[in-house]
Design a protein around this ligand. Structure first.
Ligand code: XLS
Ligand code: NI
Ligand code: NI
Length: 443
């Protein structure tokens, strides 16, 4: 049975001739070569199972508005899971993008016991394996939902009750197995409730040790079973907790360093998590690149007026171009990609709305990639950065960094040479104009 009956399979690339309002890519041409690599390989786009197929369009003030028959009351849970999976894979194939991602409970219903949950998951994962073989769609990452069930109200790994930690361990073990079985490229841990609501009842040091123990166990298990995907932590500053420990890339980096986990984990950066943390997305990407923890991206953005995770489709070439510049310049994705952890607006209840959101977002990324390509080919930004730091490649800079000078020797040398450094322009406005020239001119 087809669910998205009004949509062509697959959605074509029509370039500038795309019909207005129609479903065709204007920029995303998977085979177009960009800096020697196919566009599809640069962007590695994936669709999320949860917001697109497992969320009815509800919000805290109202029930679902979407047409998702498998979510209706009274449907047998496994039959519902199969109908949802059919619609999801039909969507992935029609969109024509290479990857998807899911949480355990998105794909298979939780059973009465952990054993039953595992059996349900295994059955749905085997069915997914068949669908993946039929469509060629691959798993970007798997993850476990350790935040929806009431047992996780006070966190999973950071819960004051070790039995909750153990339950979370069982779920993660099952999902790492499932991800491994499906040839997943990464495994994600988003610490949804790994934080606190109030410090009055919280022992932060204790919770940090618990979280580190959990992450260590997951890394050890990965090696035990021979899973070769990358483990990723997805930072977010808050929501649903008042404060989340994985606040941003820098706090995750420090945490990994403190517990000797650098090298085992990288980060999955979500655009709107960056902005909720008081950073630009560009900042988070550049930080991760600079510190060798860059892994993957969740491409959904926020709304500048709202202080929560609205998960909207990317539509700003300005914002995405800067991030893509850093990503491509830094060598691009390894196992990661651009996951659409995106939500439709609650009023977008037509079946085709899901396609319009993704197609527009994908075109935004494709155009941003072309801007990045143009900036890299022209080289103006890197030349300006090189010029700005050039002194560090000369004698004084090298001597300082190599550690051959102590403070007093350096001070004496400065006095002896009578140095009097002149302030120099950072040229910010000029550089912003350079970027805009590329944004406005690529095609
Ligand atoms: C929530 C997160 C979540 C993760 C996966 O804000 O973005 O959707 O990506 O658990
Ligand atoms: Ni996310
Ligand atoms: Ni999010």
């Amino acid at each position: 049975m087809t669910f998205f009956t009004d949509v062509a399979d697959p959605i074509p690339f029509a370039g500038a001739g795309a019909p207005e309002g129609g479903l065709a890519y204007q920029v995303y041409d998977p085979n177009r070569l960009v800096l020697g690599k196919r566009m599809e390989e640069h962007l590695r786009i994936g669709v999320c199972y949860w917001h697109s197929f497992n969320w009815p369009g509800s919000d805290i003030f109202g029930i679902g508005t979407f047409d998702r028959p498998w979510l209706e009351a009274g449907v047998d849970p496994m039959a519902a899971a199969r109908a949802k999976q059919d619609a999801a894979f039909e969507f992935f194939a029609k969109l024509g993008t290479p990857y998807f991602s899911f949480h355990d409970v998105d794909m298979s219903p939780e059973g009465e016991t952990l054993k039953q949950s595992r059996a349900n998951l295994d059955a749905m994962v085997e069915r997914a394996a068949e669908k993946m073989a039929e469509t060629g769609v691959e798993l970007l990452w798997g993850t476990a939902n350790l935040f929806s069930h009431p047992r996780y109200a006070a966190g999973a790994a950071t819960n004051p009750d070790p039995e909750v930690f153990a339950h979370a361990a069982a779920q993660v073990r099952n999902m790492v197995d499932a991800t491994h079985r499906l040839g997943g490229h990464n495994y994600v841990l988003w610490g949804g409730r790994e934080g606190y609501e109030t410090l009055l009842n919280t022992r932060m040091a204790q919770e940090a040790d618990q979280l580190a123990r959990f992450l260590t166990m997951v890394a050890e298990y990965k090696h035990e079973i021979g899973f070769t995907g990358t483990l990723l932590i997805e930072p977010k500053p808050q929501e649903p907790t008042k404060h989340q420990y994985d606040y941003d890339c820098s706090s995750v980096h420090g945490f990994l360093d403190r517990y000797d986990l650098l090298g085992e984990y990288k980060v999955n950066i979500e655009v709107n998590h960056a902005t909720l943390g008081g950073h630009s997305f560009h900042h988070e990407v550049a930080y991760a690149m600079a510190n060798n923890i860059f892994g993957s991206i969740d491409a959904n953005r926020g709304d500048p007026q709202n202080g929560w995770d609205t998960d909207q489709f990317p539509n700003s070439v300005d914002e995405m171009s800067l991030a893509l510049y850093e990503i491509v310049l830094g060598g691009g994705f390894d196992t990661g990609g651009f996951l659409f952890d995106t939500k439709l607006r609650r009023q977008s209840m037509d079946r085709t709305d899901l396609f319009h959101g993704h197609v527009g977002g994908i075109d935004t990324l494709a155009r941003s990639l072309l801007v990045a390509e143009s900036m890299i080919n022209e080289g103006g930004i890197e030349a300006a950065r090189d010029a700005r730091y050039a002194g560090w490649g000369r004698d004084l800079g090298r001597d300082i960094l190599e550690g051959s000078l102590d403070l007093a020797t350096l001070a004496d040398r400065a006095a002896k040479n009578n140095i009097d450094p002149a302030p120099r322009s950072g040229r910010q406005e000029h550089l912003e104009n350079v970027v805009n020239r590329h944004v406005w001119s690529v095609s």
